[in-house]
Structures are given as structure tokens and as C-alpha cells.
Ligand binder design. Structure first.
Ligand SMILES: Nc1ncnc2c1ncn2[C@@H]1O[C@H](COP(=O)(O)OP(=O)(O)O)[C@@H](O)[C@H]1O
Ligand SMILES: [Mg+2]
Length: 262
């Protein structure tokens, strides 16, 4: 049962925010009985709000300034609705230092987010912080997202060195290879072999190139499944979502599974 998903980029610009937003949106659309919450933890240049056409609010800056004492009402006051069952806690409208959030405060923010949702979806920054590893471990579905290039391959190797190969091999960890072209050349196959070598038997999930429609959806401030449901990226995300089992409504009241306490 999945109640927390986290998306970690392997390289900048590889489409992590696009995938995070579209997964969250697809989960909300496919599970109307679940309260889905999208949390943008890019403390400096977070773009989830832009993807969903949500205004910047100073409430988020205030919330981070008093994160340790933020209560449920204060947290809920920061949420913006993207659809009936999708709420968003956007990034601050100002650039915050990466060490503005200490792990204790971050734990508090996550517990507020979990208590106010059934499924929590987190957009993580490229920069590894002193709270990243905790989220990698606690997520029920951890997506490491890159594209087939040397930057993402280097990102995967560095992350594996940092977090340990066990994390990469664990069942909750998924490697997403974004912007895969429909026609794959022999040089693509060679690059793919090189990219997947550190993964042993774990095969990445391939997310297709969605063409200009993906950026057009972003410009329109709409999720891709809503803006262009026939887009190959939207179809692939909807298919992936249909294979996952999410927590039951009211799941926030459930005791947390052992080893992944909230
Ligand atoms: N599968 C895809 N097909 C086409 N365009 C994509 C795809 N994924 C991402 N993009 C585009 O790539 C750009 C960067 O995406 P973004 O999500 O902001 O990257 P990141 O969060 O990793 O920095 C955006 O213009 C987005 O529309
Ligand atoms: Mg991003």
C-alpha cells in the first residue's frame, strides 16, 4: 500500500517536477476518494505551483520561518487546491538557504502533511540535503528520475555511492528514465546498457518523450492527463498509476508501517 511517493532528480532539467506533478494529478483523478497532497520541497526554485497555475503565497515563507511550531491549522492554511482532492503545499516564494530546514523540522512538516492526506507526493530538490536520505527511506515509492545521458548516469552513480546500493536495489526504489524516444537506435541501446549496469537486475521504467504538449500543459498551468490525455507520457503515467495500490481513505489515522514511521 502506497501512501508516500518521493521524486528525486538525478540531474537538473530531467523532468522531475513534470513527473511529480503529473503522477500526483493522475493519482488524484484515478482515486477520487483519496486526499492527495503534493509537497514541493525545492526550497529555492520550486516550480510545482507554476505547473498547476497556483499563485505564490507568503504564507509558505511564514510557515518555514516557524516550521518547528507550525500546527495543523497553520499547515492547512498554506494548502492550495488544484482539484477537488488534490492540495498543494508550494515552495516558498523566496529563495531559502538549503539548511533553513533541519531534519527535526522536516520530520514535523512531513507528519503534518501525512496527517492531512491519504497519499503524499513529494518533489525533492536536486541538491542532497541532510534530510534527503530520510525521505528516500520513508517513501513507499521512491522515484529516481533521469534521462539517458552522461549527467543522469553520473547522478545515479553518485547517489548510489552516497546512499548505498541497498537503497537502489530495494523494492520501493524505481528508476525512471524520462523522455525516451519512440524509435531507439543502436547507440541508444549501448547507452542504455551502460546506464543500467549499476542497477544489476533492476530495469528502469521508461517514460516517453511527450513532445511540445508537455511544455504547453505547463504553460497552461494544467496537468498533462487533463490537458492532453492522449499524450504518450500521460498514458504511460496513467498506466503506471493503475498498477499501484494506494492506502485506503482515512489512512492517515492508521498506525504507520514499521520502519517507515511518520
Ligand atoms: N517526457 C517529457 N516529454 C517532453 N517534455 C518533457 C518531458 N519531461 C519534461 N519535459 C519538459 O522538460 C522541461 C524541464 O522539466 P522540469 O520538470 O522542470 O525538470 P526538473 O524538475 O527536473 O528540473 C519542461 O519544459 C518540461 O515540459
Ligand atoms: Mg524541478
Amino acid at each position: 500500500m502506497i501512501s508516500m511517493l518521493a521524486f528525486q532528480p538525478l540531474a537538473g532539467g530531467s523532468g522531475t517536477t513534470t513527473l511529480t506533478v503529473n503522477y500526483a494529478s493522475a493519482i488524484a483523478t484515478a482515486n477520487t476518494g483519496l486526499r492527495v497532497l503534493l509537497l514541493d520541497l525545492n526550497l529555492q526554485f520550486g516550480g510545482v505551483g507554476l505547473h498547476l497555475n497556483l499563485p505564490e503565497t507568503l504564507k509558505i515563507v511564514d510557515a518555514y520561518a516557524r516550521l518547528g511550531s507550525l500546527d495543523h491549522d497553520g499547515f492547512r492554511a498554506c494548502l492550495q487546491k488544484s482539484s477537488d482532492n488534490l492540495s498543494v503545499f508550494t515552495a516558498p516564494a523566496e529563495v531559502l538557504p538549503l539548511d533553513a530546514v533541519n531534519p527535526t523540522h522536516l520530520r514535523h512538516l512531513i507528519s503534518l502533511a501525512r496527517a492531512n492526506s491519504d497519499v503524499l507526493v513529494i518533489d525533492l530538490p536536486l541538491a542532497v540535503t541532510d534530510w534527503s536520505a530520510e525521505i528516500w527511506k520513508r517513501a513507499d515509492y521512491l522515484a529516481l528520475n533521469g534521462t539517458l545521458d552522461v549527467r543522469s548516469a553520473a547522478g545515479l552513480r553518485r547517489l548510489s555511492d552516497l546512499a548505498g546500493r541497498d537503497l537502489l536495489q530495494s523494492a520501493h526504489c524505481h528508476i525512471l528514465l524520462n523522455r525516451v524516444a519512440g524509435r531507439r537506435s543502436s547507440s541508444w541501446q549501448e547507452e542504455y546498457q551502460a546506464f543500467t549496469r549499476p542497477l544489476a537486475r533492476k530495469a528502469p521504467k521508461l517514460l516517453p518523450e511527450g513532445g511540445p504538449g508537455v511544455t504547453a500543459a505547463l504553460a497552461a498551468g494544467q496537468s498533462l492527463p487533463r490537458f492532453q490525455p492522449q499524450n504518450p507520457l500521460a498514458e504511460t503515467i496513467l498506466r503506471e498509476i493503475s498498477l499501484l495500490t494506494f492506502t485506503n481513505p482515512g489512512g492517515a489515522a492508521r498506525p504507520a508501517p514499521s520502519g517507515k514511521s511518520a
